[in-house]
Design a protein around this ligand. Structure first.
Ligand code: NDP
Length: 242
């Protein structure tokens, strides 16, 4: 029998995922921080939560590796009631389609989109049995509009929105609510190599967003106050109209 109420955050070790893990731990969840390779950053996130009086643990698995993910998730679900699942693991490998190699296409689709099936399927089974759960997928503004050089990333992030909407319909009867957040430009390592000043000028609020601003929206969607919201895309993008 599972013992603690937990929030699982894929890609919870750095950037937006770290802010989400910290915030959900502050909200009282046992934060399960998934990551792939960067143990030092994951440990840092864990330490920040513990220092803040929260409860957390690390869960290292590659969301692309179906077997490894299934094994890790089976172990977690045996120990915890996962009330909140945040799908945040993501990568980008930008290239114009005519130059894009198969690995750039496959890795972005596998990490950002196919992981939806791999991670959500076992977790939502537990949520449906408990008739309680919140799933929040981190998509992107890129999934709502086309961006040059991101045919792979836009396809994956748009796919998440479609998957989220269909799953929301499948789960609504059992009080499992499924939503997506589409962040605009958020200050993390993912923006490395981009001209942040120039980017800021394209945003009505004239600045990049912070991971904490995305985390605040996750916290709301996980809260009882969001109990009548499902199948929705919540934009956290500084006022960009699409
Ligand atoms: P970061 O690059 O800062 O962090 C990525 C996180 O995902 C890390 O924790 C990383 O772990 C993890 N991760 C990557 N691949 C895998 C994998 N195969 N299995 C498990 N974990 C993995 O990214 P951001 O915080 O910027 O982005 C987080 C999410 O938000 C992504 O889905 C991204 O697409 C989305 N987003 C980001 C925006 C931005 O402007 N930053 C805008 C819109 C959406 P490790 O370090 O171990 O690899």
């Amino acid at each position: 029998m599972a013992e603690k109420h937990a929030a699982l955050i894929t890609g919870g070790s750095r950037g937006i995922g770290r802010a989400i893990a910290l915030r959900l731990a502050k909200d009282g969840y046992h934060a399960i921080i998934n990551f792939r390779v960067n143990t030092a950053e994951a440990q840092r996130t864990l330490q920040l939560i513990v220092n803040d009086g929260g409860s957390a643990e690390l869960s290292q698995f590659d969301v692309v590796d179906r077997k490894a993910a299934a094994t890790a998730l089976e172990g977690l679900l045996a120990r915890y009631t996962v009330e909140v699942l945040v799908l945040c693991a993501g990568i980008r490998r930008d290239e114009a389609l005519v130059f894009m190699n198969e690995d750039q296409w496959d890795s972005v689709l596998d990490t950002n989109l196919s992981s939806f099936y791999t991670v959500v399927k076992p977790v939502v089974q537990q949520m449906l049995l408990n008739r309680n759960g919140r799933i929040i997928a981190i998509s992107s503004t890129s999934g709502e509009s086309g961006v040059q050089g991101q045919v792979n990333y836009c396809a994956a992030k748009a796919g998440i929105i479609g998957a989220m909407k269909a799953l929301a319909l499948e789960c609504a009867k059992r009080n499992v609510l499924v939503n997506a957040i589409t962040p605009g430009f958020i200050e993390t390592e993912m923006l490395s190599g981009m001209d942040r000043k120039a980017l800021a000028q394209t945003i009505p609020l004239k600045r990049l967003g912070t991971p904490e601003e995305v985390a605040a929206t996750v916290s709301f969607l996980a809260s009882s106050g969001a109990g009548y919201i499902t199948g929705q895309v919540i934009r956290v993008n500084g006022g960009i109209y699409l």
